[in-house]
Design a protein around this ligand. Structure first.
Ligand code: SF4
Ligand code: SF4
Length: 363
């Protein structure tokens, strides 16, 4: 059974000091003096406001430095074009969102390089994946601190440590591999022909034919963004197989990222501003539950399971995408999109990445 440490937002102490306390519980011994430490986070798309505040990241940077490590902030480029699609845009976006050196005191290295091609093939025995394509500078880092903003996700149901590892550390080719079975379709009888969905598609895969939207399956990259764009609910994917495959592939990729770092990793999950969608969106919708706190663990499976359990325990907020109050005990992510977010956690446990059984230790 893994220990998961919990600092509640309901506190009379500084949450920054609690981050230091959490670090001391999980971060000691994952690197030696002078080694490089990748702080894997998501800088947020330009326009998004729910990503982790730089002030928390700065505190983790200072804890790593205090122990003699050489930290750098990192992420990989996105599959879609957006404002994080290559390293130049990605760095500009990270700095615009407050992650410049002056604020955070660590350099940023985009792990898969300027065009997303700086990738390493990692051989694994995953359920779906045998060769995973990982951002090279994450692979070559001596250790990793995975800092995840927990929130909903239109394809995976939920995003936490496993998603930050699996999807977040993959190069563009790796992301493509994980999305390969996600193919949305337009229900023509519901389509109004407004083409709002086409504005969301970064690869121009949606065209108008005979007054209705049609998706070009060759051009579609399976990012899933159009599925939340339609005001009439006309675009859907086959949730049963698509989400299951994607989540299981994410777990396979998490296995690949930790292949050379299992004892050299620790995890922070921030359960604040828990929005219905991921930070890849250029906006942030209202949180679906009240702020909860910050978790830390050496086990990526346990920390994600604990995150889901704590969110389930909260009351769902009516003034959110949920649309109505949800009682404590109801699965908020399932209520949003009907997706079972535990698939990724069970898959990761099955691969030996950790345990769904945990002990919650409040600090
Ligand atoms: S947003 Fe929906 S209704 Fe509008 S064109 Fe796209 S699928 Fe049709
Ligand atoms: S999933 Fe939708 S938005 Fe994404 S590439 Fe395919 S058609 Fe475009």
């Amino acid at each position: 059974m893994a220990d998961v440490y919990f600092a509640s937002v309901k506190t009379d102490a500084s949450l920054l000091d609690k981050v230091s306390d959490l670090y001391a519980r999980v971060g000691d011994g994952i690197f030696k003096r002078q080694e490089t430490v990748a702080l894997k986070l998501h800088f947020g798309e330009l326009g998004n406001t729910a990503f982790i505040r730089p002030v928390f990241v700065r505190r983790i940077v200072s804890e790593v430095k205090r122990r003699g490590g050489r930290p750098f902030l990192t992420d990989t480029n996105t599959l879609y074009v957006g404002k994080r699609g290559d390293s130049v845009d990605h760095l500009n976006t990270a700095i615009a969102n407050g992650f410049g050196y002056a604020a955070v005191e660590a350099p940023i290295i985009i792990a898969d390089g300027i065009k997303g091609k700086n990738s390493i093939d990692v051989e694994i025995k995953g359920k779906h994946v045998k060769t995973a394509r990982i951002g090279a500078d994450i692979f070559y880092a001596d250790s990793i601190v995975v800092i995840s903003h927990v929130k909903g996700h239109m394809l995976a149901g939920f995003g936490g440590a496993i998603k930050n590892l699996g999807m977040g550390c993959a190069s563009r080719a790796g992301k493509q591999q994980q999305h390969s079975s996600v193919k949305p379709e337009v229900n023509a009888s519901k389509c109004l022909g407004c083409m709002r969905c086409a504005d969301f598609c970064q690869v121009d895969a949606i065209k108008k034919e005979k007054g209705k939207a049609v998706i070009d399956k060759q051009a579609c990259q399976g990012c899933g963004e159009c599925t939340v764009s339609c005001p009439n609910g006309a675009i859907a994917i086959r949730w049963d197989s698509s989400s299951r495959d994607l989540q299981e592939k994410m777990a396979d990729y998490a296995l690949a990222v930790l292949k050379n770092k299992r004892e050299r990793s620790c995890f922070f999950n921030f359960l604040v501003d828990i929005t219905p969608d991921c930070d890849c969106f250029n906006r942030s919708d209202a949180p679906i539950v009240p702020n909860i706190g910050i978790l830390a663990s050496r086990d990526p499976v346990a920390i994600d399971q604990a995150s889901l359990d704590l969110i389930k325990k909260q009351v769902g907020l009516a003034n959110s995408a949920l649309g109505k109050p949800l009682a404590s005990g109801e699965d908020k992510f399932k209520a949003l999109r009907g997706l079972d977010a535990t698939i990724q956690i069970r898959a990761a446990e099955g691969l030996g990445l950790g345990s769904r059984k945990y002990k919650l230790v409040e600090i």
